[in-house]
Write a protein that binds this ligand. Structure first.
Ligand SMILES: Cc1cc2nc3c(=O)[nH]c(=O)nc-3n(C[C@H](O)[C@H](O)[C@H](O)COP(=O)(O)OP(=O)(O)OC[C@H]3O[C@@H](n4cnc5c(N)ncnc54)[C@H](O)[C@@H]3O)c2cc1C
Length: 455
């Protein structure tokens, strides 16, 4: 195993292509399982496979966790989940709590609670409806009074009407968590290679026999595609259709600020979360942008219910070279330089409008942060399925190929739980959870798309 660069680096800022390559293992001839993509899903799956004694190679076209898995808000959220995701998420929340002890790394996980604040009675009533799902799973979610809500986030008395609150919800530090896990797994023998795009699969007699990377071929009868926003493109080249689109989400972190609230909360179109470094991660709640591209039209029909549901928060953006980037070629051959090598890290510009909106909403709703400067802003492209819940399944068309993608704005929290499921699936074990809602065939078997509670 070859490790290059400073492995003690502690990320608090965005991971980019300017960061040195940390993981540079030689490619083996053969391995039990190959994972395409080193986000939270790929790395968590590698962890559970390695625990079971399975040899694993993780190929990452850019840097470990440099796309969604480091750029997210860091909410480890059970509250407000799709009913089918909730049991998996509850297990994932437990796993997050154990990662520190089991892997001996600090992922910044703390149970500090998540709150959905309400400015109006109608908003509160809408939050209240989710309590039924919480009760079915004995989750500690409850409605809190106006007095308690205002006290918890240091708002003026009477400002918020109340909130939905889950004390057992957590937060973790995205820029550090997955890279720290990867580093530990690597020390324990999991092979990881950055700057290693998987161009396509090696398929013989209709079955997966390995992957073809930009650095050569690796034999394996088991491949998991956990490619985040690139998955539909990757599968398209194999003739497999996955309806998947992306939206841009803009985020900021503040300079260190006095702690007025230690968990995460959203309300009045702003979301905030206390960070380990003493600042807050801020996002303009209800502000996501889609860059229309060929796939928008290709999959429009499937996405209609989600479009209707998110109409008030989704903005169409026709500018920027993102449009070019996100119109992928559908087919290429294994000996061509692929789109994955041309775009090592998807690093969209943050939206200036989004940043201004955050500032304005903080002044209006979170006075404690109104004058705290932003230390860094960034954006990430979230991959979304038509029903806003992931796919965790085998691909029948291509035996040996497995898929875990489409986590749609809430895959960081559920990542370790999903990794456990996928590792079991790759080993032919029972998943321990109902996965019907996450089957791949729902996009082609005539099922109607019923979007989960949202991004
Ligand atoms: C701004 C923002 C805020 C969010 N907030 C939250 C939150 O608070 N809580 C939460 O739970 N979730 C949140 N999410 C969603 C969460 O981050 C994602 O759902 C999750 O990280 C997805 O993980 P992943 O491993 O599937 O994808 P990714 O993290 O995107 O990883 C996929 C990896 O695959 C690699 N790859 C793709 N194709 C290839 C190839 N052919 N060869 C090699 N490598 C390849 C990519 O380079 C990438 O590194 C947020 C997302 C964003 C962008």
């Amino acid at each position: 195993m070859i490790l290059n660069g400073d492995i003690t680096r502690y990320y608090i800022v965005m991971i980019s292509m300017n960061d040195p390559i940390l993981f540079q293992d030689n490619l083996p001839d053969r391995v039990d399982a190959v994972i395409v993509g080193a986000g939270v899903i790929g790395i968590s799956t590698a962890w559970f496979l390695a625990k079971a004694g399975i040899s694993v190679l993780v190929c990452e076209k850019g840097r470990v966790a440099a796309e969604q898995s480091s750029r997210n808000w860091g909410w480890v959220r059970q509250q407000g989940r799709d009913a089918a995701e909730l049991p998996i998420m509850m297990e994932s929340n437990r796993i997050w709590a154990e990662i520190g002890e089991q892997l001996g790394v600090d992922v910044g996980y703390e149970r500090k609670g998540i709150m959905y604040l309400a400015r109006t009675d109608a908003e509160l009533a809408s939050h209240e409806r989710w309590l039924d799902i919480a009760r079915q799973h004995q989750l500690d979610t409850r409605l809190v009074s106006a007095e308690e809500a205002n006290k918890r986030v240091s708002a003026a008395p009477g400002y918020w009407k109340g909130a939905l609150f889950t004390p057992s919800d957590g937060r973790a530090e995205p820029f550090t968590a997955v890279p720290a896990m990867a580093r530990k797994l690597h020390e324990e023998g999991v092979l990881i290679r950055e700057n290693c795009a998987v161009r396509t699969l090696d398929i013989e007699a209709g079955k997966v026999t390995g992957v073809i990377t930009e650095h050569g071929r690796v034999r394996s009868g088991t491949v998991l595609c956990a490619g985040g926003a690139w998955t539909s493109t990757f599968l398209g080249n194999l003739g497999v259709n996955l309806p998947q689109l992306t939206v841009r989400a803009t985020v900021a972190r503040t300079a260190p600020a006095p702690e007025f609230y230690s968990g995460a909360a959203a309300g009045g179109h702003v979301a905030f979360r206390r960070r380990r470094d003493g600042g807050y991660t801020i996002a303009p709640g209800g502000f996501t942008e889609h860059f229309p591209c060929a796939d928008t039209f290709r999959y429009m029909f499937k996405f209609l219910p989600a479009l209707v549901q998110t109409a008030s928060v989704l903005r169409l953006n026709f500018g920027g070279d993102l449009v070019q980037r996100l119109i992928p070629r559908r087919t290429w051959t294994a000996d061509e330089i692929s789109i994955f090598e041309k775009h090592r890290v998807l690093n969209p510009e943050p939206s200036q409008r989004g940043i201004q909106r955050m500032r304005a909403k903080l002044v209006e709703h979170v006075p404690a942060l109104a004058n705290v400067p932003f230390a860094e802003t960034w954006a990430g492209m979230i991959d979304v399925t038509p029903d806003v819940v992931p796919v965790m399944d085998t691909i029948e068309q291509v035996p040996g190929l497995y898929l875990a993608t489409g986590f749609s704005g809430h895959g960081f929290g559920i990542g370790p739980g999903a990794g456990k499921i996928m590792a079991g699936m790759l080993r032919g074990q029972s998943p321990g959870h109902a996965l019907q809602r996450f089957r791949f065939s729902r996009f082609s078997d005539g099922s109607s798309m019923q979007p989960g509670p949202g991004l």
